[in-house]
Design a protein around this ligand. Structure first.
Ligand code: ATP
Ligand code: MG
Length: 570
């Protein structure tokens, strides 16, 4: 490819709204352009990288036994109604009607579509296991589309679904996908971790998120340096923290004027924060009041709360009205003496004694609260509902956990019978009995992977691509393309590199050398081959490694094979 024929509009400025370096660089390097909030066009360079990532994914999915298919993006409402997700998916689902008023959704994911496809086709255990995948646009009307391709409303996803006879088979498929994902992200040159994850609305058994480590990431990960434990903060299971034994004192109500935060109460009563119990009030879609209680220095994990309450689909901050209707009062809530609320108490709170908690009336708290004695065990749910924090003991080995941030680029789930049972997808097993499929689902965000790669690999001058996903592996730059002999020399090397199988660009633009070099660094080709008047004189060819900034000199005779070798070593 010649740069004079390539549409690669580079820019000096990035859009005002761009916060992340990947968003800025994708825009400046001419990879993407915005059409509307969360909707992007991919320009040639961006699409070349997208295609390379998709190719890596295809190869690894096929190697693991996957078969590529393509399903409709437009999905009939009926299949979502049948699985029960039409009502629960909420505003994130883009919905539309056809000319007859029939309802459809633009697929945010395809469990319903594939399960109904398979239930009508696959009849016998002999056809199993089955792993089918597609790479196509998905649609999610995100509350806050942002960060360019990281969180957009239309995005390219690879989604694979596995169908097995039994749980053992499902776990084998899961393992195959886990390994395939590891290879995909390794080949993309990413530093990542597979972290234990929450299953979210999708339901089912276990799950891992493949998370690219980057300080700008939206996910927070707890990990242990001693063992290989890593989990998303939403999921990280925590152990009970025991308190030192004390003599129990009698429960007492005290005045705490205007002390409506933990900070104010602890200062007013002069107690350590670990001796306080704090409350967070939620409500669900049915306007049920859900009160969550954790130790004052801990944070409530909303996902864990949601998972611990039966039949709750979403949580929202509670209305003051609801809190008052339950005979309580915001800022002074506690499980003691409250009516008409679902009460979820963190397991560590149950170990506390002589603590401070609200008194369900304004300007008053209880002191000497001992939950095991004072909370009505019949009326509360005791669970692990707190957020992990740095320094918490590792649930596997007990050593201190560390926290880091990351970008979720892929997720693998075992679904079990969740969708196959809901959609009545059955096969005949060897014993002649009808059974429902054991399923798994596995997604990779292609655009988010591209963005994460840039987020992890860039410098002040621009992007630093890994060779496997760079839009071109090598750029050949005659410093003065107006000089016919230089251009001719450059063209020869360009032709030879092409013949040697290198994905190469010839920057034959008649721009100043400085402009071309800046563009090369901004776009981030792994190797730049420079043809200058010196090259013509000496026959020495200068090669710059983008990642290290190192310059190497190769002789004319061997330069092609040396460039090929150098690429291999990157
Ligand atoms: P998130 O928690 O970030 O919203 P998710 O868990 O809902 O993502 P999945 O349903 O697991 O996402 O989708 C599989 C993959 O699709 C994700 O790992 C991510 O790479 C990608 N993805 C999901 N939502 C978006 C989005 N809005 N924009 C770009 N990529 C996305
Ligand atoms: Mg996910």
């Amino acid at each position: 490819m010649r740069a004079t024929q390539l549409y690669a509009p580079t820019l000096r400025e990035s859009p005002a709204e761009a916060e992340l370096v990947s968003h800025k660089l994708m825009f400046r390097a001419g990879l993407i352009r915005k059409a509307a909030g969360g909707l992007y066009s991919y320009l040639p360079l961006g699409w070349r990288t997208m295609k390379k990532i998709m190719q890596i994914i295809r190869e690894e999915m096929d190697f693991a036994g996957g078969q590529e298919i393509m399903m409709p993006i437009v999905q009939p409402a009926e299949i979502w109604q049948e699985s029960g997700r039409w009502a629960v998916y909420g505003d994130e689902m883009m919905r539309l009607k056809d000319r007859h008023g029939r309802e459809f959704a633009l697929g945010p994911t395809h469990e319903e579509m594939i399960t109904t496809l398979i239930r009508d086709e696959v009849r016998s255990y002999k056809q199993l296991p089955l792993m089918l995948y597609q790479i196509q646009n998905k649609y999610r009307d995100e509350i806050r589309p942002r960060f360019g391709l990281m969180r957009s409303r239309e995005f390219v996803m690879k989604d694979l679904y596995s169908f097995d006879r039994d749980v053992d088979g499902m776990n084998i498929s899961y393992r195959k996908m886990y390994d395939a994902y590891s290879r995909v992200f390794e080949r993309c040159g990413l530093k990542f971790r597979a972290v234990e994850a929450d299953n979210g609305a999708i339901g089912g058994g276990h799950s891992h998120e493949f998370t690219v480590l980057a300080p700008s990431g939206e996910s927070s990960i707890a990990y242990c340096e001693n063992c290989n434990f890593a989990a998303s903060d939403e999921k990280a299971e925590l152990k009970i923290i025991k308190s030192a034994p004390e003599d129990l004192k009698p429960l007492e109500k005290v005045k705490t004027p205007a002390c409506h935060t933990i900070e104010l109460v602890k200062n007013f009563l002069n107690v350590p924060i670990e001796k306080t119990i704090k409350a967070v009030a939620f409500m669900d879609d049915d306007e049920r009041l859900i009160l969550a209680f954790v130790r004052g220095d801990h944070e409530v994990n909303e996902i864990k709360v949601l998972n611990s309450v039966e039949n709750a689909n979403h949580l929202y901050m509670a209305d003051e009205k609801l809190i008052k209707a339950a005979n309580s009062c915001p800022g002074f809530m506690s499980p003691i003496g409250i009516s008409d609320a679902i009460i979820v108490v963190d397991q560590t709170v149950m170990e506390m004694c002589n603590a401070v908690a609200g008194a369900n009336e304004i300007d008053a708290h209880f002191i000497n609260v001992t939950p095991k004695r004072d909370f009505d065990a019949e009326k509360i749910i005791i669970s692990d509902i707190r957020m992990v924090q740095a320094g918490d003991p590792c649930p596997h080995c007990g050593k201190s956990l560390k926290m880091t941030r990351g970008i979720e680029v892929g997720q693998v789930f075992t679904l079990g019978k969740k969708y196959s049972a809901a959609l009545n997808a059955k096969f005949l097993d060897e014993d002649g009995k009808e059974k429902v499929f054991e399923m798994g689902c596995y997604g990779i965000g292609v655009g988010r992977t591209m963005a994460a790669a840039i987020e992890q690999n860039n410098d002040a001058d621009g992007i630093i691509w890994n060779k496997n996903i760079a839009p071109f592996e090598v750029v050949v730059v005659p410093v003065n393309a107006k000089d016919a002999s230089q251009l001719e020399f450059a063209e020869k090397i360009y032709d030879e590199l092409k013949i040697a199988g290198v994905d190469v660009l010839l920057d034959d633009r008649k721009e100043r050398a400085g402009v071309k070099f800046k563009d090369c660094d901004l776009i981030g080709y792994p190797l730049r081959v420079t043809i200058s008047p010196k090259t013509l004189e000496s026959g020495n060819i200068e090669v710059k490694i983008r990642k290290t900034g190192e310059f190497l000199n190769f002789s004319r005779e061997n330069c092609v094979s040396q460039i090929v070798e150098l690429l291999k070593s990157l």
